[in-house]
Ligand binder design. Structure first.
Ligand SMILES: [Zn+2]
Length: 140
């Protein structure tokens, strides 16, 4: 089982459990997922991108993403492409990998993936910075 942070088109955030990561895509494609607040079936997965401590320059290079983040699909797709190109995708192993990076500084590369609300809180308590990224879908 995997828990995802989901977001509807009206920016309501909620969590939902899935048997695996494919199940989310399958259900969402069939529009079987709906927002618990407004019943919209335009649901996105909120993907977490951790900002890894260490080199200051890396942190600085991420800031513009944050600042200019708008909800325009074009911009969000650009952001997604940027992250896909520059970060390593670790899926639901985000908290595990973020700790590896944070404590061992094994890699210079940033990582992104999904985390549960509990994992997110734990990481925040440990001082691991995370940036939550609205994840634009490439189709439609
Ligand atoms: Zn909603």
């Amino acid at each position: 089982m995997i828990k995802y942070n989901l977001k509807c088109i009206n920016n309501h955030e909620f969590e939902s459990w899935f048997s695996d990561s494919n199940e989310f895509d399958k259900l969402n494609k069939k529009k079987l997922l709906e927002c618990i607040y407004c019943a919209s079936n335009k649901i996105k997965k909120s993907i977490m991108a951790p900002m890894i401590s260490g080199t200051k320059s890396k942190k600085d290079s991420i800031q513009p993403l944050n600042k200019d983040l708008s909800n325009k699909k074009k911009d969000l797709l650009q952001l997604r492409n940027y992250i896909e190109k520059n970060f390593e995708f670790v899926g639901d192993k985000l908290s595990e990998k973020a700790r590896e990076v944070y404590y061992n500084k094994k890699t210079e590369k940033g990582i992104y993936g999904t985390a549960t609300a509990e994992e997110r809180e734990e990481m925040e308590e440990e001082g691991i910075d995370l940036l939550r990224v609205p994840w634009a879908s490439k189709d439609n």
